[in-house]
Ligand binder design. Structure first.
Ligand SMILES: [Zn+2]
Length: 206
């Protein structure tokens, strides 16, 4: 490493700070940059240097965007009466990559986690309630928070709060939770007890 020219060393050291990248991979990637055309490198460095300045949160769903509303919220072909509530933008991307869902989202930007001092007011829960009240067209909320203790607590909190709201329209709202189960292709023998328990609870007619 010490024999590398300064700039290349700096790039390699930066890459090494990225998750899952060790010193060897960082060096390999830095060398890869060196072989790229000048134009590509300029494009890439421009994107990096304006990343923070250009990236904002959608004011409706808190997905990432360069404008005030994200592409999903602006898409009139999507079903705006179904909102899937996720913890992070990465969770949203998982749904989008699979092309399996045509409703809209609400990104909480976290989950309720009392041990780490994250309460309901620290994430975008109130914004979700405001949105549901204001929209007037929401028929279903799919709670897609993670299946761990904090994710469950967050889903339960949202469900209870929504049930407390007296508006008759909100009373008619369907609240669902993602089904849990076994991964496709998995061997039952290796499934943990909780996954099997959830899978048997959520079994379907065959
Ligand atoms: Zn949005």
């Amino acid at each position: 490493m010490s024999t590398l020219p300064n700039n290349l060393k700096k790039i390699s050291l930066f890459l090494e700070r990225l998750p899952g990248i060790g010193e060897k991979t960082a060096n390999r990637l830095a060398f890869y940059f060196l072989r790229l055309p000048e134009e590509d490198l300029k494009d890439f460095s421009e994107s990096i240097s304006t990343l923070k300045e250009k990236t904002k949160f959608c004011k409706n769903c808190f997905n990432l965007t360069e404008d005030s509303l994200c592409e999903i919220c602006l898409d009139s072909k999507r079903d705006h009466s179904i909102i899937t509530v996720v913890e992070t933008v990465l969770d949203l991307l998982s749904f989008e990559t699979g092309n399996i869902y045509d409703g809209v989202y609400h990104v909480l930007q976290g989950k309720i986690d009392p041990l780490n001092h994250v309460g309901p007011d620290d994430i975008k829960i109130n914004e979700l309630f405001k949105r549901i009240k204001a929209a007037g067209e929401v028929k279903e909320i799919i709670l897609a928070t993670s299946p761990d203790m904090e994710g469950e607590a967050t889903a339960m909190f949202i469900k209870n709060k929504l049930s407390e709201l007296t508006d008759s329209r909100i009373k008619a709202l369907k609240i669902t939770r993602l089904a849990y189960g076994l991964p496709i292709g998995a061997n039952l023998e290796y499934a943990d007890y909780m996954t099997l328990k959830k899978a048997i609870e959520g079994r379907n007619k065959f």
